[in-house]
Design a protein around this ligand. Structure first.
Ligand SMILES: C[S@@+](CC[C@H](N)C(=O)[O-])C[C@H]1O[C@@H](n2cnc3c(N)ncnc32)[C@H](O)[C@@H]1O
Length: 355
């Protein structure tokens, strides 16, 4: 291509976007450092602070903190007042950066992202071979990062919004129901439900032993181990029958054989039972997902979810942006007759499937 064919404005606009993105990527480890050293927490609700004050409050070295603050100010994560040489973490940003209990907390995602750099070579080889890469083969930060990335959304939505959106399920859970959380990972969703519905009995299943070990520990820490049983099992062979509610949180698309999983789930459900499918939010067409949320999910899907499915039997590889129509087709192939969108958030689609 000759120089005369280059649209200078287009090039400039693209380079502007690329440098913005580069700044975000370079800042990612700084965000993890900010979390681990308590820098965001030191600033939360404190108003304008000098670098010395942030350093004193967090116990970190001032010179490094000063450089970190300038990076955070350049990205708009904190504000800077040149008159006073002080930095402020706005209250709205503190919800996302300093409060793990807030539904807006985002720093878990950065632990997940960090794992991808460690796995790059193996992911690259999976691209070449087409053979995929199992969930269990990833750097351990993926497991904890996923738990910490998703838990705030589950805390904010699962009990107050998603369960009430299902037909007749809340009443059953309050009275005492039998629930399976399939592909439960570290059990964040299972524990949140067990805390809210003490009369119900919960079973968490995942094929990944290390995740089940961590889920058991988390249940003990939350003091709900009396009503949860965690066990290693796949979505196609987990034990038990007559479940009133089966849930899959952000994992149907990770499975190699989601149709086979649907068939097994149907066979374990009570005749009047409900299957709640929580998936990443997506529209049905690629062009409808080309937005910031879709960018994050297609990225994760490329390096985590699609290889995870390809690594298993069948290897259907739905991808994390399958969309309601494709998901409904899978559920119906598995034998479910009634499928509807129960509710949604900007990040999740919640489908209800009934026998
Ligand atoms: C993205 S993580 C979601 C974990 C958890 N549900 C959550 O929302 O935090 C996907 C999970 O699906 C599990 N998984 C993948 N394939 C599975 C299968 N065939 N049977 C059971 N679990 C599976 C993985 O081990 C992993 O824990």
């Amino acid at each position: 291509m000759s120089a005369t064919e280059i649209d200078e404005a287009k090039l400039e606009a693209f380079m502007g976007q690329a440098v913005t993105d580069m700044g975000a990527v370079v800042s990612a480890p700084l965000m993890l450092i900010g979390e681990k050293l308590g820098l965001y927490k030191a600033m939360a609700g404190a108003g304008p602070l000098s670098s010395q004050e942030v350093a004193e409050r967090s116990g970190a070295a001032e010179r490094s903190v000063r450089e970190w603050l300038a990076n955070q100010a350049a990205g708009g994560y904190v504000s800077y007042d040149p008159e006073t040489d002080r930095y402020t973490l706005p209250d709205e940003h503190a919800l996302a950066l300093a409060d793990e209990e807030s539904p807006f907390y985002i720093l878990g995602a950065y632990e997940l992202i960090a794992s991808l750099f460690a796995d790059e070579q193996q992911i690259l080889e999976a691209f070449r071979s087409g053979e995929g890469m199992g969930w269990h083969e990833h750097d351990h930060r993926l497991f904890r990062g996923t738990e910490r990335f998703f838990r705030p959304g589950y805390r904010g939505n699962l009990v107050p919004e998603w369960i009430p959106a299902l037909e007749g399920v809340q009443e059953k859970l309050e009275a005492g129901a039998k629930v399976a959380d399939v592909g439960c990972g570290h059990g964040a969703s299972t524990i949140i439900m067990a805390e809210a519905f003490p009369n119900s009995e919960f079973f968490g299943f995942d094929y990944h032993q290390a995740s089940i070990d961590r889920a058991r520990e988390a249940a003990r820490e939350a003091r709900v181990e009396d009503r949860i049983t965690f066990a290693v099992a796949t979505a196609k062979d987990y034990p038990g029958t007559d479940y009133d509610l089966v849930c899959v949180f952000d994992c149907l698309h990770d499975m190699g054989d989601p149709v086979g999983a649907s068939e097994h789930i149907l066979s374990t459900l009570d005749a009047d039972g409900t299957w709640m499918i929580v998936e990443p939010f997506a529209n049905d067409r690629i062009e409808e997902n080309l937005n910031p949320v879709g960018r994050v999910f297609y990225g994760a899907s490329t390096v985590i979810c699609t290889p995870a499915s390809l690594d298993q039997e069948v290897g259907l590889a739905l991808g994390a942006q399958a969309g309601e129509a494709r998901l409904t087709d899978v559920l119906k192939q598995g034998g479910f007759t009634r499928v509807r969108r129960a509710t949604e958030t900007p990040f999740n689609l919640i489908l209800e499937a009934r026998p």
